[in-house]
Design a protein around this ligand. Structure first.
Ligand code: GTP
Ligand code: MG
Length: 159
């Protein structure tokens, strides 16, 4: 697992522990985002698996990872346009949504922002934390997380 994924995992687990208390031992985490954002790569990093043979996800992948005394059931859903209508059905009973963005794909910020705003209207998500992951920060052309937040109007989202 590379340093960014380690930081992500550590950060999100401490947030989840605070939100849910220390009693919750199993969490359902769903990864969503446009195709090519890096969701499957993230899933494989979290599971300490090789990331060199990844192909676009046609349906979904699920992995269970033990970490920080918790069992994380991580769902990675394909982001291609034809799969997006099915995203909603994975949100039921979700503890955390991680929305992954390719920070270097500026021409698709509008598209990813629209998909995100549709997800946020889903009632299955009400009250659940959402983490927006500005992925591919290693690329020279990547936008900063703060620029993405502004582009996607994240400040307009509440609760
Ligand atoms: N440079 C760089 N490339 C990355 C990073 N994460 C993923 N990639 C690359 O981005 C491409 C897409 O990665 P995937 O993990 O397949 O993306 P995905 O979101 O699962 O895509 P779908 O399954 O189609 O929804 C692959 O070529 C990855 O190697 C990253 O942090 N940096
Ligand atoms: Mg994938």
């Amino acid at each position: 697992m590379g340093p960014p994924e380690k930081m992500l995992l550590h950060g999100l687990l401490s947030v989840m522990q605070k939100l849910k208390g220390s009693t919750e031992l199993e969490l359902r985490i769903v990864l969503l985002g446009l195709d090519n954002a890096g969701k499957t790569t993230l899933l494989k990093c979290l599971a300490s698996e090789d990331v060199n043979t990844i192909t676009p996800t046609q349906g979904f992948n699920i992995k269970s990872v033990a970490s920080h005394g918790m069992k994380l059931n991580v769902w990675d859903i394909g982001g291609q346009k034809k799969i997006r209508p099915f995203w909603k059905k994975y949100l039921e009973n979700t503890d955390l949504l991680v929305y992954v963005i390719d920070s270097a794909d500026k021409k698709r910020f509008e598209e990813t922002g629209l998909e995100l705003s549709e997800l946020i209207d889903e009632e299955n998500l009400t009250g659940d934390p959402i983490l927006i992951f500005a992925n591919k920060q290693d690329l020279g052309t990547a936008s900063l997380a703060s620029e993405i937040a502004e582009d996607l109007n994240l400040h307009t989202y509440r609760d």
